[in-house]
Design a protein around this ligand. Structure first.
Ligand SMILES: NC(=O)c1ccc[n+]([C@@H]2O[C@H](COP(=O)([O-])OP(=O)(O)OC[C@H]3O[C@@H](n4cnc5c(N)ncnc54)[C@H](O)[C@@H]3O)[C@@H](O)[C@H]2O)c1
Length: 247
């Protein structure tokens, strides 16, 4: 991965952070982009202890000007963006602490969910593809979710955003990127142990995924070994989607 640059949104926590650590160990240049400055500083300091080529950029993925500034900071420091991984996000009801049923939540909760999970990824795709088109190469990874397959009575914007990323956005970005050798793939996990609560969500394997299992899949999908993989989502859910009884 030497001389390759990987930009990871949501890079200060969970899968985004682990991706940053793994790509750093593989020798890539790392750009961690996240809204949480304090966590970002700590993550960058930890990685810098063994890998010099890492920067953190604070960004709210809902703000396109900030997204463009993050892209520019990455290109200024490292000269290219070879892989973009859109991890920023999460269920709007969890982030906004609004666990009521759909119609009892204030409507702003759903604007937030769509803005972070769907528009945030599209903003990054839009800004970074301009750079990838100049390079005539690049890989874009989206994070879908089993919720995008199943729906959710509470996290409606999250379900809608993830469905959109898994289907319409990933296919469309692959189509838009084809003439510039830009691939787009979506990895859609079932429950992942980025937090203990995910252990409570049933799968056919009787467990949630370890963070590393999903990270390994993302890194494989983004690698040249998967050069023929494009415009699709991969549901990596321990068989949850084909279970008869999920209660
Ligand atoms: N953990 C799971 O079980 C699971 C399952 C399926 C899909 N996913 C998806 O995978 C991705 C990563 O999940 P995770 O569990 O590692 O998440 P996480 O909650 O550990 O990390 C998400 C990161 O996104 C950042 N973020 C949130 N809003 C932002 C904004 N407006 N601008 C910039 N950064 C912002 C947060 O600060 C945080 O660092 C998410 O898109 C999530 O929806 C997670």
């Amino acid at each position: 991965m030497t001389n390759k640059t990987v930009l990871i949104t949501g890079g200060a926590s969970g899968m985004g952070l682990r991706l940053g650590e793994c790509y750093a160990k593989a020798g890539a240049n790392i750009v961690l982009a996240d809204i949480n400055q304090e966590a970002l500083d700590a993550c960058v300091a930890n990685i810098r202890a063994y890998h010099e080529n890492v920067i953190g950029v604070q960004v709210d993925v809902r703000d396109y000007a900030q997204v463009v500034a993050s892209r520019d900071a990455a290109v200024e420091r490292f000269g290219s963006i070879d892989i973009l991984i859109n991890c920023a996000g999460g269920a709007e009801t969890r982030i906004c602490n609004a666990p009521n049923v759909f119609y009892e939540n204030p409507i702003e909760v759903y604007d937030f969910g769509i803005d972070v999970n769907l528009k945030g990824a599209m903003y990054f795709d839009h800004a970074v593809m301009q750079q990838m088109a100049k390079q005539n190469s690049g890989v874009i990874i989206h994070l879908g979710s089993i919720t995008g397959e199943e729906g959710s009575p509470n996290a409606v914007a999250y379900a809608a955003s993830k469905s959109a990323l898994m289907f319409g956005v990933t296919k469309s970005i692959a189509q838009a990127g084809a003439e510039h050798n830009i691939r787009c793939v979506c990895i859609a996990p079932g429950p992942v142990l980025t937090r203990p609560a995910m252990a409570g969500m049933k799968t056919m394997l009787g467990r949630a995924a370890e963070v590393q299992e999903i990270v390994d899949m993302i890194m494989y999908a983004a690698s040249d070994k998967c050069a023929f993989l494009n415009g699709v989502h991969i549901l990596m859910d321990g068989g949850r989607s084909v279970m008869f009884n999920k209660q």
